[in-house]
Design a protein around this ligand. Structure first.
Ligand code: ADP
Ligand code: ZN
Length: 590
């Protein structure tokens, strides 16, 4: 009896495997639509760098992919130097001597093994349990026993983030210690920032330093077609985590399951992701924190996250992981050159300077591409020539070809814009504090930004607010002075919003405009003062006046504006002391 049952299962498994492999074969091959190029067309595309990869074969036609991902085919020249020409032009070449059938056999074996695994589980457990078991296994990447442990030494730059995470290492290692003092353990850390800035790497390093297992999942994996599956996956993830006692759970793209819920009636939102999110929140409140389990979430867009995720007891630590500045880029480049034969004439500091707005991942990619190019050319060392060539490959791989040129002019515009804000801040009132000026974009501001903390005071005076309007307009004013009326940018959109808001408040609610009187226009107009023509006219004229004053102030201090900008272009960051120094030096010069 038992034997026949097993045989039956085996037969079914093989049958399904055959059908599935055929399915995979056809879908894979059908997806590719090949554009046919003449050989000369093809060579033109090689020259302008549109070709990404070529598969060499002995067939009549050879195939490959364009940089935009599309497939093409063209005549096979079958000449000697063909491969070399491609390599020299930066095209990736793969030898592909008609091994599709081997691939198919591979798929077949793979599918058989997969199904055999399923059959094994079906035999072992009850069917329902098995299903859960599999989803859990396939989605959890358990690096716990991985030999290559990642530590904080593998992360360059991001010093503040590392400091913050180092504390967590201690929490994980000795939760009892903190419990004794009654300290509430952090359960979740939210890392947010642009892609490729090392969030995953940092989470792995946290686990590596604490010497605990690392469970990684991706938010979008949880959003399933089948109701309830996402939530059950969350539960099995935490179950598995608890089994290994201490650990780090990493949830990448957490925004996929923790998007802001639309308030109001049911049915509007996505019930399934709500359920998944609720399961996550429940699990997180469920553990005491004295267990040494830390959940690390990562997102590019913290502003879209459901607030419930960020409340105490959940992801109550939020750490920004920003793009690296020039120093950090230098460190990252050094780190990724560690095991590479880099020639002595390579100045990584200079490379760091040229790679503004590059993330850590892009820098890693740059060094890797350089190594590939040097290897293809059989050269002993990686030189500046290889890095330059790789630079264009990495940048072109992005979207626009001359992104580097664009970002260099972007850098200059941002530098003047931010210097404008910073200089106006200091000039209108020396009491004002500018903690930091930077041209590296943060997730909070579109461009770089400068922060100014007005001194602590009980009341704001009319002059304070007028000054703050000037500070807000300082960025645009600097742009207009330097680049001209037609070259002003969208970078000021936030500033204009702030200025308008301040002016409107002064006029409509604070009685600070003599022509408008001591009247609250919101009360008069039912919270719609902004729609009133008189108020609008006053707002516009007040902002116009402040803008003229701002321009004049900056024009009179053009030398300072240039100096601050040049410093920013060099170092990308200026702190308050450096800013004061530049401004004070001017006074002694006069
Ligand atoms: P994210 O999770 O923020 O998208 P990752 O951690 O996946 O970024 O980074 C991808 C790769 O880029 C890393 O594996 C590493 O090689 C490189 N990288 C990114 N940031 C850094 C950094 N600060 N130091 C060293 N390498 C980095
Ligand atoms: Zn601005």
């Amino acid at each position: 009896m038992k034997l026949t049952k097993k045989k039956k299962i085996l037969a079914i498994v093989i049958l399904i495997a055959i059908i599935t492999s055929l399915g995979i074969h056809f879908t894979l091959n059908n997806k590719k639509e090949y554009t046919d190029y003449s050989y000369t067309e093809f060579l033109d595309k090689v020259d302008i760098g549109e070709i990404n990869k070529v598969f060499l074969s002995d067939n009549e036609k050879i195939t490959g992919t364009l940089k935009n991902g599309k497939y093409f085919k063209t005549d096979n020249p079958r000449t000697e130097g063909f491969k070399e020409k491609l390599l020299m032009s930066g095209v990736t070449v793969e030898e592909n001597s008609g091994n599709t059938s081997i691939k198919d056999i591979g798929t077949f074996i793979f599918v058989i093994l997969g199904f055999a695994g399923i059959a094994y589980f079906l035999n072992k457990n009850s069917p329902k349990q098995a299903e859960k078991e599999i989803t859990k296994m396939s989605n959890i990447d358990d690096d716990g026993n991985n030999s290559s442990v990642i530590t904080f030494d593998d992360v360059a730059g991001n010093e503040e983030v590392k400091e913050s995470l180092k504390e967590m290492v201690d929490f994980i290692k000795k939760p009892e210690k903190y419990e004794k003092y009654g300290a509430r353990m952090p359960r979740g850390v939210m890392l947010y920032g642009p892609p490729g800035t090392g969030k995953t790497l940092l989470a792995k390093a946290l686990a590596g330093e604490a010497k605990v297992p690392f469970f990684a999942v991706t938010g979008s994996d949880f959003i399933q077609v089948y109701a309830g599956l996402g939530a059950s996956r969350i539960r099995s993830l935490f179950k598995k985590a608890r089994e290994s006692e201490k650990c780090v759970i990493f949830i990448d793209e957490i925004d996929a399951l923790g998007k802001k819920r639309r308030g109001g009636a049911s049915g509007s939102g996505n019930d399934e992701s709500d359920r998944t999110l609720n399961a996550l929140l429940t699990e997180m409140s469920g553990f005491k924190g004295s267990e040494g389990i830390v959940v690390v979430g990562a997102t590019n867009r913290i502003d879209t996250l459901d607030e419930a995720l960020l409340r105490p007891g959940r992801f109550d630590r939020q750490i920004e992981v920003g793009l690296p500045d020039v120093n950090a880029r230098h460190k990252i480049l050094k780190l990724h050159s560690r095991n590479k034969p880099v020639s002595k004439d390579v100045d990584l500091g200079k490379v760091a300077y040229q790679t503004v707005y590059f993330s850590g991942a892009k820098l890693e990619n740059l060094m890797n591409e350089s190594a590939m190019i040097a290897a293809k050319r059989n050269e002993e060392k990686i030189t500046m020539i290889h890095i330059d060539k790789a630079y264009y490959t990495v940048v072109a791989g992005e979207e626009k070809k001359d992104r580097s040129a664009i970002s260099l002019s972007d850098k200059k515009i941002t530098a003047y814009h931010e210097s404008g804000h910073a200089l106006v801040t200091k000039l209108v009132s020396p009491e004002n504090r500018v903690t930091k000026v930077t041209i590296i974009p943060s997730t909070k501001g579109a461009g770089g930004f400068s922060m100014n903390l007005p001194p602590d005071k009980m009341y704001r005076t009319k002059r304070d607010i007028m000054n703050n309007i000037m500070i807000a307009l300082g960025g645009r004013a600097a742009e207009e002075i330097i680049f001209g009326k037609d070259m002003i940018t969208t970078g000021a959109s936030n500033d204009i919003e702030k200025a308008t808001d301040m002016a409107l408040t002064m006029i409509s609610r604070l009685g600070m405009d003599s022509e408008s009187g001591l009247v609250n226009y919101d009360v008069l107009l039912g919270h719609n003062s902004g729609t009133n023509a008189h108020v609008q006219g006053r707002v516009k004229s007040l902002i116009d006046d402040q803008y003229k004053k701002t321009r004049k102030l900056l024009e009179e201090n053009r030398d300072l504006l240039d100096k601050i900008t040049n410093r920013l272009l060099e170092t990308e960051n200026i702190n308050e002391d450096e800013l004061n120094e530049i401004i004070e030096n001017k006074e002694t010069l006069n």
